[in-house]
Structures are given as structure tokens and as C-alpha cells.
Design a protein around this ligand. Sequence first.
Ligand code: SF4
Length: 128
Amino acid sequence: MKLVLRGHHLLCLKGFQGYGYSEEFTHNMTEINKLRKSENTTVTLTNTPDDICKACPKLNDNMCQDRKHNSIIVGMDNEVLKKFDTSKEYNAPELFDKIDSIFNSRESVREICFECMWHEECLFYQKL
Ligand code: SF4
């Protein structure tokens, strides 16, 4: 299976425990969270709408919510993407292991997670 994921969604997936914006969103995110743990899954990275966004009620005209909010989201993606090679297809479990070693303190995710509404529910953020 090949997944396309936005940079900041690598962190969201690590913290996911079943919350989301709608039933369809949560179902899709749950499926992707299973797939990303398989040795047979590869991931390419992006700062545009991805396999998670496609089931999101906030996706609007290929943007996250609106132009202003979308630019914040793209900035979050780019903070993650600067640590990776966006031309590469990554083995999914290896990619997610790298996330743990790169983003290992609240300071390391300051520019990515600072405005997120899911802090209380995010297992990844909570364990930093
Ligand atoms: S559209 Fe925005 S809120 Fe929805 S999954 Fe994509 S980045 Fe997240």
C-alpha cells in the first residue's frame, strides 16, 4: 500500500487515539493508522491535501479551511518536511520510528503543534 501524507500528519498519526472532525474522518484516520504500521506500506510526503485530508470536512477548495488557516497548516508541514527527503518513498514503520527520534521534546514540536486544538487528546504530545 502506498500512502501520501502531509508532514505534520506524521505526528498526528503517532498521537491518534480515535478522535477527529467527523465519523468519516475518524474512520479513515483509523484505517491509515493501521496501514502505516505495516512493513508493506510506503509513504511519500507532501505539504498539500493528503490521504487524511480527503475524508476531512474542513477540506475546502483543496485548502485546509481557508487561505489564512491553510498557510499555517503548510508552515507546520514544512517544519516536519525539512527533516526529510520529499522525493523519497519511505518504508512506513521506519519513517515513523524516525519521528520519535527527531521530535522528542515539546521544544522540538513548538513550531508544529503550537496552535493545535488536540493537545489534551494527543498521545504523542502528552508523552513529550
Ligand atoms: S483538511 Fe486540514 S484539518 Fe483536515 S485533515 Fe487536512 S490538514 Fe487536517
